[in-house]
Write a protein that binds this ligand. Sequence first.
Ligand code: HAM
Length: 418
Amino acid sequence: MEKIRTLRGFRDIFGEELDKFRRIESVFRKYSGLLGFREVELPVLEKTELFVRSIGDTTDIVEKEMFTFTDVGGDSLTMRPEATAGMVRSYLQEGLYATERMTKVSSIGPMFRHERPQKGRYREFHQIDVEVFGVKEALVDAELIFMIRMILDELGVGRYRIEVNSVGCKTCRESFRRVLIAYFETRKDQLCEDCLRRLERNPLRIFDCKNEQCIRVTGDSPLLFDSLCGECRDHFGLFQGHLRGFGIDVEINKRLVRGLDYYTKTVFEVTSDDLGAQKAFIAGGRYDNLVEEMGGPATAGIGFAIGVERLAMLVPSSVEKDGKRCFLACVGDRAKGYLVPFLKACVAAGITLKYAYDAKSLKAQMRYADNLKCDFVLILGDDEIGKGVITLRNMTDKSQRELPLDPKKAVEELGALA
Ligand code: HAM
């Protein structure tokens, strides 16, 4: 019969990669705790409208990449393609704006985008998401970069760049829009179909196009960074000053645009050349209008998301060695009666005990212990039971000695070695 496989772009995650995921999460939790973030779990499935309104209906994500379906009740639902929209919904739904001066929240979980799968790009992937609501001061922008720096340092990720830009506010964007339309109008013949549509509806999205010809056209175009309004320019200057305070070097990339419409002022991406085509493994920015646009009071917002799969590719393999491995070989029915007491004693002492459920001959069990690369084997047969002992064999130097048969005492001695 034909075997059933995962969907394209969906993967099983296990072994060393999963170990790295867990290490990333634990280092993240250390720093998110230190910086006052509280973790939340949000639904994977939300109303489609939530993403259309927040991410923007001219973005690639909303236009082409969402897993959207109509449920039996006739509602249009979408598997979340990112976490910020849900975080804003939750912030408003739980009324946090009314009870907290500012809110720092984080969430970890799977996201879904119907993209063409390739190395580092999947249809189901995982993000660690961080959001701060209610702080307009540029200090928090720098604090988030500092948090990223601490996490990457502790994980041993060495080669990466932090690219920052400002995409301004409504005021600077509105005047820049006219400049941009005038520029592209005279180069319409060089733009792809998608960009011609973007020119009508949202010309800034042209910077997001992957088409080579369009990238060439944007190469000489005027840049929003150069026409920021005074307030946005000052905010960016303060952000840079705070970064200096934290001692963090960043690169200003005036061409950095994000694939989501909600950003204002600060945007950033952390990139690595070691990742291949999908260079960005952390990305985020400020979204000072989003909470209001989603029906809440005017509230500043900023956050970022770590792409866990991509970060895991950059995390070096763990140098920590497992504890010693122990095996219990029981020969005969009387000996098998000791398996459970020994297992209980080992678990209580924090020692991993392996054994063969079908305990056959001693030879077969020793071979199994060898395959499992066990460091010590406890051997129990009728002879040992008669003498009131259990034999301990060191698999490295092949030496043997006897321990008391009492599980607690024997495991105590084993614990001193393991
Ligand atoms: P984003 O740039 O769309 O931003 O995604 C953030 C990160 O998620 C990317 O840098 C990448 O590492 C990872 N990622 C995205 N798509 C895929 C994929 N198909 N396969 C593997 N990894 C992927 C956001 O999602 C924003 N919500 C970030 C944010 C939070 N901004 C403010 N707060």
